[in-house]
Write a new protein. Structure first.
Ligand SMILES: NC(=O)C1=CN([C@@H]2O[C@H](COP(=O)(O)OP(=O)(O)OC[C@H]3O[C@@H](n4cnc5c(N)ncnc54)[C@H](OP(=O)(O)O)[C@@H]3O)[C@@H](O)[C@H]2O)[C@@H](O)CC1
Ligand SMILES: Nc1ncnc2c1ncn2[C@@H]1O[C@H](COP(=O)(O)OP(=O)(O)O)[C@@H](O)[C@H]1O
Ligand SMILES: [K+]
Length: 510
């Protein structure tokens, strides 16, 4: 369902936890004097507007309402639909005898519009042409079970599309984890502020498209709260010129740094080769590669611009370290003694470094753990590597990617890129950015090696670790979106990104 064209680039940059959104609701109530029912009415109107726009011919709606305020929104949608002349099946789940004051008024509005309100009796009619999920919103506090789980299963196997109010039921607003079973929506209309879980982990798959409705709360109120997470994407950063500055004329290659890629043990030479090519295509003045002798010729054949140096020991790395300005260590490094010796040498240098793949796996071993202090370091774990570094299982990382990224950045005193759907970039000071570009075609071997090369090239051109990670992750993801645009996600190769990296890094977007 995720679209490969930076599908979420129109969304606001500030992302919030559910608790922060509740606080914003409260501020709208106290500072703006917007009563809860008024806000709920606006939510229902916004959702109904999106419904008409997306499904203008829908005639038979089934609206599902839970016991909280998400159900209140559903009552408003049903009322508006009935007034509009649509046929509405309205089912409640849970105890609707204890509704909030706002939801009670919404219910009265629906009844007055002629909506027949019935408790769900176990069967979802097949003839509806649109389902509206107002079961649970940000109040979700455990995995759906029993009758609710049964209804969600029926929603997901129903042929009609699904509109989710605020957030698909079962998706955790703070983590983006689907607490199965969870509703798989085609469109989610989210209210007041963007929840951080909509754009990472399971979020994009379960939300489908996302529309944001601020409910006419004044921007000043929204700005009165610091965002928990900043959404970034290529377009946003390019508009703010957060990428590379334009090159001046009177320059030479020494100005743009010298990336040394260290990796490529036997059988994994391609990883080092791709990191080298990505570094060169992302503008590093010079690129060297310390690798196994068996790969030297192949790397040279592919990219004669790269200076390939076969190394067998850490000592042979020393003269290369003296000439380099930035290191990219890990692609195909392996976890054998060859990789260990090279990594040991790299850790003794104070050059800016990108640590990826097996460099991270080695760092996770007992005796290797360390904090990097002032050194400019970017670590780029995928969830498996992050789990090893944190000594937890992968599920724990994915259950709260924000916490895992923050924890790693603070433990290692490094900028951390936690890769995967909705890559997170965490600073040791607690800041987190989420890249909403990228696509599932990137789940293919070598994509991470390319990212490593990109990040190293940006460090080599003078960015600090935080700037390089922000721009580099967006550049890499947007390049993958462009590369996937014509021929689709399946079969996208890491090397397909190369021409796009060059174009987008130079701000050529067409
Ligand atoms: N505030 C505002 O001004 C605005 C808010 N708006 C709307 O309000 C929504 C938030 O409303 P909300 O806080 O009432 O939470 P909501 O998600 O409806 O459900 C809470 C109920 O569900 C229950 N429950 C939880 N998990 C469960 C589970 N797994 N299985 C079964 N039950 C479960 C929980 O029961 P409990 O466990 O606490 O007994 C409680 O009764 C928000 O998403 C947006 O749509 C908009 O109108 C804009 C203005
Ligand atoms: N489903 C996805 N959506 C968005 N980006 C993805 C997805 N899957 C993988 N990626 C991106 O692709 C890259 C894969 O990196 P990694 O797992 O290290 O691959 P490899 O080890 O094969 O080089 C990362 O940048 C990651 O964020
Ligand atoms: K919902």
């Amino acid at each position: 369902m995720t679209q490969p064209l930076s599908a979420f680039q129109h969304l606001p940059a500030s992302l919030f936890t559910a608790a922060a959104v509740r606080e914003l609701d409260q501020r709208a109530l106290t500072d703006e004097q917007i009563p809860a029912f008024e806000l709920m009415s606006r939510a229902g109107q916004a959702a109904f507007g999106c419904l008409l726009q997306r499904w203008p011919t829908a005639q038979f709606l089934t609206v599902l309402a839970g016991p909280g305020n998400n159900g209140g929104d559903a009552y408003v949608v049903a009322a508006l639909a009935a007034i509009h002349g649509l046929d509405v099946n309205f089912y409640t789940l849970g105890d609707h005898g204890q509704l909030s004051e706002a939801s009670t008024r919404a219910r009265e509005m629906a009844l007055a519009a002629g909506v027949e309100v019935k408790p769900w009796a176990g069967v979802l009619e097949r003839d509806s042409d649109l389902l509206v999920d107002g079961l649970l919103g940000t109040g979700l506090n455990k995995a759906p079970a029993g009758e609710l789980a049964e209804l969600i299963e029926q929603i997901n196997s129903h042929p009609a599309p699904v509109l989710a109010l605020d957030i698909p039921t079962g998706l955790h607003a703070d983590t983006g984890c689907a607490l199965e079973p969870a509703v798989r929506a085609d469109l989610t209309v989210t209210f007041v502020a963007m929840k951080q879980g909509l754009l990472t982990a399971d979020g994009p798959d379960y939300c489908g498209d996302i529309a944001y409705a601020c409910l006419d709360i004044r921007p000043a109120v929204l700005k009165s709260m610091a965002a928990d997470v900043e959404r970034i994407g290529y377009q946003v950063l390019a508009e703010r010129h957060e990428g590379l500055a334009a090159r001046r004329g009177n320059v030479h290659k020494g100005r743009y740094g010298h990336v040394l890629v260290v990796g490529g043990d036997e059988g994994m030479g391609g990883a080092a080769a791709m990191a080298c090519e990505a570094a060169a295509r992302s503008g590093s003045g010079l690129v060297s590669c310390a690798t196994r002798g068996s790969h030297a010729q192949a790397i040279l054949m592919r990219r004669p611009e790269v200076m390939v140096k076969p190394v067998v020991s850490g000592l042979e790395l020393l003269p290369l370290l003296e000439r380099a300005s930035v290191l990219a260590v890990g692609p195909g490094l392996g976890q054998g003694s060859w990789g260990e010796l090279l990594l040991q040498q790299v850790l003794q240098s104070d050059l800016p470094v990108v640590l990826d793949a097996d460099a991270l796996n080695l760092l996770a071993s007992p005796g290797w753990r360390q904090a990097f202090g002032e050194r400019q370091v970017i670590m780029t774990p995928h969830p498996g590597e992050a789990a090893r570094l944190l000594d937890v299982d992968i599920r724990t990382v994915q259950n709260d990617r924000f916490a895992a990224a923050r924890d790693l950045a603070s433990r290692y005193s490094a900028v951390v890129v936690l890769k995967g759907c909705g890559s997170l970039i965490a600073h040791p000071d607690g800041r987190v950015a989420l890249c909403s570009d990228g696509n599932a075609g990137m789940a293919s071997g070598g994509m991470g090696d390319v990212l490593t090369g990109v990040l190293a090239a940006l460090l080599a051109q003078g960015m600090d670790a935080w700037q390089a990670a922000r721009w580099g992750v967006c550049l890499h993801s947007a390049a993958a979106d462009r590369a996937a645009h014509e021929n689709g996600l399946c079969g996208l190769l890491a090397t397909d990104l190369m021409p796009w990296l060059r174009r987008l890094n130079n701000y050529i977007t067409h």
